[in-house]
Design a protein. Sequence first.
Length: 476
Amino acid sequence: MWQHLTSEECAEALDAAAPLAPLADHAEGEHREEEFTPAGPGESVLPGSEESQQGLVESDVDFVAPAATPTAPVESAAPYPGDAQPESAAVGPDVVVASAASVAREPVQQVPAPELASAVAATGAAVDQSAPTAAPAAPAPAPELEGRQPTASVARVPGYASGSLVDQIHARVRDVLNEHQGDVEAAQAALIKRAIPDVMALFERSRVGGRYAHSKFPPTEDILRKKSQKGADDIWEGRPKWRNKTAFDAAKKGDQIEVTALDMNAAYLSAFKCWLPVGKLVEDTTDVHEPRKSGVYQITPAKWTHAHLPNPLGNRQEPGPLWVPDSLVRLLLDCARWGLCEAPVIHRALLSGGTESLLEKLRRALAQARKTAVADGDEVAVEYVKSMYSKFVSTIGESSANTDIRRPDWMHIIRAKAFTNLWRKAYKAHAAGLTVVEISGTDELHVVGDWRPVFAEGRDLNQVKEKKLYTLGGKR
């Protein structure tokens, strides 16, 4: 005869039958992320992640659909050099979209309604048929957020940025303003002071549910170590500092040229979208660029012969081999494909499996918080966001100000991506018929001509703003 157990008795029985979890076999505090770090495409995903349980892997995009359901290839125009890359508003980073073929492989099993009804009846639960059926409770209205609300023009697009991360940024600003009783200067100073721990906390939250467990403190190669306390390592980032010699010579001869200085918005934040190595760097001597990996390369660059365009390598004067980040190698290979120069010669590399979405959730959250703050005229929040992303880049290398991570390779790759983004803007201006007069730093582009048909004007990440107008040959 069957004996029915209560829910409490069932829970106690399950707890008693469950095996005890084994103790960790490594010392407390030892970093174990690298155990699940990929070395290239096709590795196993992080155990316990959402992707590992669903059976979805990156190679799904290479799955060939059955011949019975052929689909015509969709041709799309290649993005123009310097243009912002298209982003899907409905798909966030680290989310693997299953193709139609992968969905077909895993049909969803649904329980028919009659069986479900009979299963409920079989439980023997007593239901008082005479009692009136209670109407479903109306959902409680969402509590209104205190302080500023995003304007209708900048409301978050579902799926673009994590609402919880964005709300945490604005909540931090409100809390600090309240702590300082509305004193804007004091609140801004306090926010900037805690920008590093705040952005690292946001980064950790953005990685929850991520595909890979990234290494925070991998071994640092000698080429990535500073030679002295205030010295530099062996990596050349390609920082631009270039002037158009022809234009300046004409100005010296008496010509007056009207120049517009353009400013790129949040250059380092835009550079978060780059290929970063997930695990520790391992030497690679195949002498080829690995698109699905990232790290640093030792190359011999080709000669640059275009006097009207800046060299993608920046203002480097020394000839011979040099170590450069992955972002710069990708730009040099693009220049070779466009017929501007020969491809660089790769001698060796230090690489790890890479991903372009490692910082994507953080980038989108900071971008959305910045966009809302700009629309609301909240300069305190704007400066807070700026301090977070700029200090993230400057302290993730060998900095005593940030003890949560040590990835000098990430720092070089992100900084080089900001420089290459500026170069791509200059190339786009040149291809559109503008004269490039000067580029410098991460965000300054000086051009001659009507630039507004070429670049969108504004304060968004994919826009530029006019910094100043001056006459070359006159007073700047």
